[in-house]
Design a protein around this ligand. Structure first.
Ligand SMILES: C[S@@+](CC[C@H](N)C(=O)[O-])C[C@H]1O[C@@H](n2cnc3c(N)ncnc32)[C@H](O)[C@@H]1O
Length: 280
């Protein structure tokens, strides 16, 4: 993305994500499918205990697309966002999480150890900008990460999909996260593809569960790469239809559960994703 065109360079987030942008964001099928695919991957990287609901914080939850994936996976969640317009859309869409209007650069105010995990999709890079005279990005990042660390249970993870502008920003973000006490690092999916490449900062609060996962599409996971390109082509056919509960969405979810080694995934059949009589 050319630097002049990045949303963070156009206006502060609470202004950029105004009513018009918030509506546009949530009616764009391509955008929805990208955000939901990245959210599902972030949830996978959280490595939550199987088959028990967790309590998750969604940082920069926007209109609730990422939260919807959490609900879909049976988790409870709280979403924070600085844009009132985005939160209004989340309310309109009757998202199941609790929504809080807040600027995370000012720090979080939850009881210590409240959450079992954190996801954040396409939001973290916004904290690297100084939108007001009083803003100091390293300080805001540190305040955010240190209060986030305290809000998390020990042995839990925070996974951020984000778009750093350059290596300095990446360094700034990771150094403030480490200073706040986190360990972990970067997981890059499809590093050799300009279009599919995605970065996830995986942070750990210590204890167990601290092995950095492998990126998809790397040599170690060549199989997943083939699966991913299939699923991307499937998504392309989705224009104008509801993503959730569609055959494509169900197959994407089944593939993810298989990757996670969950044994309860039914084989695909001609009935997968078909609407049954009496079920809506
Ligand atoms: C690209 S949107 C992503 C929304 C949602 N996570 C999704 O995947 O659809 C980025 C969101 O980050 C939010 N954001 C940016 N800076 C923020 C801040 N300082 N505090 C809270 N939210 C922020 C914006 O308001 C916006 O809703």
């Amino acid at each position: 993305m050319a630097s002049g065109r990045r949303p963070e360079h156009r206006a502060p987030p609470e202004i950029f994500y105004n009513e018009d942008e918030a509506k546009k964001y949530t009616s764009n099928t391509r955008m929805i499918e990208i955000q939901m695919t990245m959210s599902s991957r972030a949830i996978e990287l959280l490595a939550l205990p199987q088959d028990t609901p967790s309590y998750i914080l969604d940082v920069g939850c926007g209109s609730g697309l990422s939260g919807e994936c959490l609900t879909e996976d049976g988790h409870y969640w709280v979403g924070l966002d600085i844009s009132k317009a985005m939160l209004d859309i989340a309310l309109e869409r009757e998202c199941e999480g609790d929504l809080i209007h807040s600027d995370v650069g000012q720090g979080l105010f939850f009881r210590p150890g409240t959450f079992d995990g954190v996801i954040s999709i396409s939001a973290l890079q916004w904290l690297c900008n100084a939108d007001k005279k009083s803003h100091n990005p390293p300080k805001r990042l540190y305040k955010f990460f240190s209060t986030l660390y305290a809000s998390l249970r020990r042995s839990s993870r925070a996974v951020f999909q984000f778009y750093p502008e350059n290596s300095d920003q990446l360094e700034l973000i990771t150094s403030q996260a480490m200073k706040a006490g986190f360990t972990g690092g970067l997981v890059v999916d499809y590093p050799n593809s300009t279009k599919a490449k995605k970065m996830f900062l995986c942070l750990f609060t210590g204890g167990v569960n601290t092995q950095l996962p492998k990126g998809l599409g790397t040599e170690e996971s060549a199989q997943s790469q083939a699966k991913y390109s299939d699923s991307r082509n499937r998504w392309k056919k989705m224009k104008g239809k509801s993503v959730k509960k569609s055959k494509d969405w169900i197959q994407e979810k089944k593939e993810r559960r298989r990757r996670q080694g969950k044994g309860d995934v039914r084989p695909d059949s001609k009935y997968t994703g078909r609407r049954r009589a009496g079920k809506f």
